[in-house]
Design a protein around this ligand. Structure first.
Ligand SMILES: Nc1ncnc2c1ncn2[C@@H]1O[C@H](COP(=O)(O)OP(=O)(O)OP(=O)(O)O)[C@@H](O)[C@H]1O
Ligand SMILES: [Mg+2]
Length: 162
């Protein structure tokens, strides 16, 4: 499945969708998170990390650029490239080394890394309309499309608990 979209009424529901995506992810995958400031990219990432077993808070990596979360099966790297002025800065920090078959990379503001970061498997766009968020999930590789299909199949469970 190439695309799946849904509107989300609350922060909890956004986190629930993050968990559903997280359950479908495994090593070697790259996820782009798009949307304006405050759209909910970090909130969604919290759900993804919950799915891997992370319990604590998820801080925005705006200043640190990347936060690593180590799990037994893989490491999830949560990036926020907002403050990058030139993608070359990412070359200097050796960003390419983060992307391998044992890592899941979540990237907020992927535009800032254009030309340096790998292409995504899954792209999420969050559109903000007051309290409601409109999510669009797009499969950008074969694996990504299988993941989008899995999330769409789990959708019924989430909407049933509304
Ligand atoms: N339905 C909703 N889903 C998600 N967040 C919501 C919702 N309604 C309100 N919010 C609020 O919107 C904010 C989303 O912030 P978040 O840090 O996740 O955004 P972001 O996209 O990561 O922004 P940035 O680009 O600054 O990193 C939070 O303060 C959250 O409480
Ligand atoms: Mg954020």
């Amino acid at each position: 499945m190439k695309e799946f979209s849904v509107s989300v009424a609350s922060e909890d529901e956004l986190v629930a969708y993050g968990e559903v995506l997280g359950k479908a992810l495994n090593g070697g995958l790259v996820v782009y998170l798009r949307g304006d400031l405050g759209a909910g990219k970090t909130t969604f990432s919290r759900g993804v990390l919950h799915a891997f077993g992370h319990q604590g808070p998820v801080k925005s990596p705006t200043y640190t650029l990347v936060e690593p979360y180590e799990f037994s099966e893989c490491t999830v790297y949560h990036f926020d490239l907002y403050r990058i002025a030139d993608p070359e800065e990412l070359e200097f920090m050796g960003i390419r080394e983060y992307f391998d078959e044992n890592s899941v990379c979540l990237l907020e503001w992927p535009d800032k890394g254009e030309g340096v970061i790998p292409k995504p498997d899954v792209e999420l766009t969050i559109e903000k309309r007051r309290q409601t968020r409109y999510l669009r999930l797009s499969g950008e590789s074969e694996k990504g499309q299988a993941i989008v299909a899995l999330v769409a199949a789990s959708n019924a469970n989430i909407t049933a608990t509304r």
